[in-house]
Write a protein that binds this ligand. Structure first.
Ligand SMILES: [Zn+2]
Length: 407
């Protein structure tokens, strides 16, 4: 099937090439050899008819002179090959172009860019990187495009320092939007790169640099909630619980729908800061927030903490029940219902308990299938938080699904 599509593409390309080649051979051109051209063209067609796409590509490459008129045809053919997943053929077409001495510098850069894209598609990042750096240093016209590709490589390779350097350079350039030239705004992306570095430092226990990296994330994007969540964890680790509460509470203002993501660290900070009254402060804080910004996930986290607490404070179980029943009435959700059933089961007995237990099984099964996050850019959804969407690769685009969307 892929080869059939390829045969079609090569036919079209050769036809375009033949047309352009004929046009170019009509001009007085001492290097053009029309008869040889026609011969290779027909050889190419013969290969296509015999379903030999590799030889057909060779015939195409050899049949058409490379000049300003035909370069676009060669580049289009290379792009088509890459799009079809025929990366080795695309590389062959682009390398053949570079071997032609008559290609001017501007066109050489254009081919370098395409060849770099072939190398990226083939996973040959080192070779792509070299070509892109050459284009960045030599071509003002193609610099920002090459920077974008290089930025993609550094992100895929998780080379965050390099990614920051390229993103900052790219931020200095402008692109045309409508009728005006505007700067590339990569401040939120740069903040995410600093957060990645901070997470790496935390994994290596290199606590000395974490604060500095997160402050850089804030100076790139003062509303970066990931930096707030990481800073909260860092402050907790250093037993600066008041500071942890302050920075984590910022998330509720920065992005209220994401409060549930910072609740585990916030809970730790409240309880550690004041072992006597911290727990009640935490409950009040979450309840107050939920009145204006309902969130099933935040409610469930609160209820879980109340149940844990009920082991040595039995009244907490009743409190959990009351808070949850009232919340589920106003904001019905499967996850809320599942937790409510778990809370009620110990109070039931006999056949009713058995029926409710069966119901609990069904509800749990459905809850396990529910998606928790969804990308606001492309709609990708999953149960796990990804700071960079695995589908569209956009940073911080995933948000918690809420209300009926969750079910
Ligand atoms: Zn996405």
């Amino acid at each position: 099937m892929a080869d059939a599509a390829l045969v079609l593409l090569v036919t079209v390309a050769i036809a375009i090439g033949f047309f352009l080649g004929r046009r170019s051979t009509r001009k007085p051109n001492p290097t053009a050899i029309p008869l040889a051209f026609n011969k290779t063209y027909f050889q190419g067609l013969n290969h296509l008819l015999n379903e030999q796409p590799d030889k057909a590509v060779d015939a195409f490459v050899n049949s058409l002179e490379v000049n300003a008129d035909t370069l676009e045809t060669h580049l289009a053919m290379g792009k088509l090959m890459r799009k079809q997943g025929q990366v080795d053929r695309a590389i062959r077409i682009h390398q053949n172009l570079l071997a032609r001495p008559r290609l001017d510098v501007e066109h050489q850069h254009q081919v370098h860019l395409e060849l770099a894209r072939d190398f990226i598609a083939a996973g040959l990042f080192d070779r792509a990187e070299m070509l892109l750096k050459e284009v960045i240093s030599e071509s003002t016209q193609l610099r920002s495009i090459a920077q974008r590709y290089l930025l993609d490589i550094f992100q895929d390779e998780r080379e965050w320092n390099e990614a920051i350097r390229v993103a900052e350079a790219l931020s200095l350039s402008k692109y045309v939007k409508g009728n005006t030239a505007v700067r590339h705004d990569l401040s939120q992306t740069i903040a995410q790169f600093y957060c990645e570095l901070a997470e790496e430092a935390a994994q290596k226990n290199d606590t000395g640099v974490i604060r500095k990296l997160l402050e850089r994330a804030y100076s790139a994007d003062k509303n970066c909630i990931r930096a707030s969540i990481l800073m909260g964890g860092h402050e907790n680790g250093a037993e600066r619980f008041k500071q942890a509460i302050r920075v984590l509470s910022r998330v509720a203002v920065q992005k209220p729908s994401r409060l549930a993501d910072c609740l585990p660290e916030l809970y730790k900070a409240y309880v550690a800061q004041d072992p006597a009254g911290g727990f009640n402060q935490f409950v009040n804080y979450v309840e107050t927030h939920l009145k204006t910004h309902p969130s099933t996930d935040a409610m469930l986290f609160l209820v879980e903490q109340l149940i844990v607490r009920s082991e040595f404070e039995p009244a907490r179980r009743r409190q959990a029940n009351e808070i949850l029943s009232s919340y589920v009435k106003d904001h019905p959700s499967l996850a809320g219902l599942g937790q409510l059933i778990s809370l009620q089961l110990p109070n039931l007995s006999g056949p009713v308990a058995n029926d409710v237990r069966s119901l609990q099984g069904v509800v749990s099964h459905l809850i396990q299938k529910r998606m928790i996050y969804q990308c606001t850019n492309c709609g990708f959804s999953g149960r796990q938080l990804h700071w960079r969407c695995p589908s569209c690769k956009q940073w911080d685009a995933m948000d918690r699904l809420k209300g009926k969307d969750v079910e």
